[in-house]
Structure formats: structure tokens, C-alpha cells
Design a protein around this ligand. Sequence first.
Ligand SMILES: [Zn+2]
Length: 354
Amino acid sequence: MQIKPGVVTGNALKELFAYCKEAGAALPSVNAIGSHSANAAMAAAKEAKAPIIIQFSHTGAQFYGGKSLDNSAQQASIAGAIAGALHVRTLAKVYGVPVVLHTDHCAKKILPWVDGVIAAGEEYFARNGEPLFSSHMLDLSEQPLAENIEISARTLARIAKMNMTLEIELGITGGEEDGVDNSGVEHDKLYTHPEDVLKAYDALGPLGSFTVAAAFGNTHGVYAAGNVKLKPTILRDSQQYIQAQRKTGPKPVNFVFHGGSGSSPEEIREAVSYGVVKMNIDTDTQWAFTHPIKQFMDEKGAYLLSQIGNPEGPEKPNKKYIDPRGWLNIGEKGITARLVEAFKDLGAFGKFEL
Ligand SMILES: [Zn+2]
């Protein structure tokens, strides 16, 4: 597929997801928390010659804006998400890569966050004729299904006016991440029921474009094996159920795989074959950033104890070791390498022409 550099929105995003399903590929979605992670993600897309999804979580957006800011009315998370989006918009074309701009989990209690980002997006749309973001996610999986679908439908009706896509969550992703702690959730909720996916399909389908984060035993974070069993066949069963009930073509739903970190290439391939078009990968990229920096700090420890004086002499300056650009770049390269691996696992490597 040939795809233009810059932020992918509207029909281009729908076509991108349709192509992914047809080609048996999915795109990695990485949580950016600052320019370093956003740039590392775009560098990975460039290397893999494929589009990438950059998303901001509620706390990631807050961090992007700066932890010292007051966030009592979500103002830091709103402004941080906008700043991150403008950062990516400015640089994606320079990197020469297509980027899908997205916001991550938004639970009911922080709806004013995404509402604020959407309002800013509407202003952006009025000025530029395209939305600021490509898509947003609502995560109302803690609410009863009817309420989840009702609020999701209302939000989709609003953003569909800008031809945007909505990601919803059905069932609960286990584990803990960015203030979303589902580590104590009862077992049954960790698996989505095909009937629930059909209800969402019927309610949201007529309104606009949507994707479904379905729970199939996937968890946020990386844990020792054996806690929860991954059952990607839930995705297949949901697709077949809707296809049969509503007489659609194969794989009518675009699925999202949350908690991709720590999954084996086989598990990823199986999930993608059932219509996953987006896989969130956060913990693995956090590790890929932090670990090489730790190695650097360990190796150069004797050069980081004071500004002057190191094993080469008491008057030797340490400026080049102290400069954060040195070790930040080591972390950025770690993220890029891990994401290139993800592109390969997801079958997206070599499937695009930029
Ligand atoms: Zn998630």
C-alpha cells in the first residue's frame, strides 16, 4: 500500500485499517510521554517503512505538558495531548512517515480530558479542514455494557463529524498501566463475549468508524507466564458471530490488542490473523528505553560522580558524559529498535511504500 507521510486521518485511516486486515498486518501503537519517545517512534516507522500509531495516555499527556502543572480540571492532560499532537504534526513529514495520532484509555471519571481534547480538535478542524487527532479511545469497560455503548455512541456521533475513529473497550484488559489498575478484576471479565461485540457493532456501525479493544486474557505490563491464559480465538469467534448474524463479509470488526508487551510472536500472529489492526506496546518500549541507559550509567559511572575528574585524571572534564543528549539518545535508539522488531512481529514490515 502506498501511503503519504504526515498524520493519517479520515478516509485514509479507514483505508489503512482495511488494508492491514487484508494484508494480515497490524501497526504498533506506542505511548509517547515526551519528544524523545515520539521521535524514537517516528524513527522506527522510517526504518520499517511503515505507518506508526503514536498515542498519549491521560498521564502520558500530563507528563508531556509537565508534572509541575495543575491538572485538577484536566488542563495539563488536555494541553499536553495537544502539544504532543502538534509536535508530531510538525515532524512527521520531516521524518517522511505516516502517523496515526491517538489518545489512550479514558475512563468515565476523566471524560472531561478527552472532551477537552475533542473541543480543541473541533477548533483545529474549523481552521484546517482536518482533525487534530486521527482517533480517540474511551474505556468505559468498568461501566455496565449499555452505559459503555451509550456514551461511546454519543462520543462517536460527535467526532464522526470530523471523520474520526473511536476506539472502545469491551471486557477488561488485565494488569496495571498509567493509572488504570485492573489487577484485581474477576476472571470472567478478562474475556469479551461475542454477543457484546455484536451489540457494539449494531450501535456504533451506523454512526461512524470504530475499533474494539476486546479482552482475550491480554494484560497491561509484563508478568511471569501462567497467570492468565491468552485466548485470541475470542476475536475469531466474535468476527464469525457478527458475520453470521449480520451477513457481513469476513472480519467485520477492527480489533485492538492492548497489553502487547511480553507476547510471543506466535500469539501476536494469531491475534493479527483474526483482525487485529493495532497493537499497543508500552512496557516493552519503556524497558527498551531504560535498560540501555542503565548500562550506560553503570559503564560510565566513574565519569558521572563529579563535573571534573575521572579515571583518566583528576582534572579531566566530564561534560560529554553528563550531557543528557548522550544517554537520552541511547534510550531513543532502544525504543526504535524494539519498535522495528514489533513491526516485524505484526507483519507490517515491508508491506508499505512510503
Ligand atoms: Zn491499554
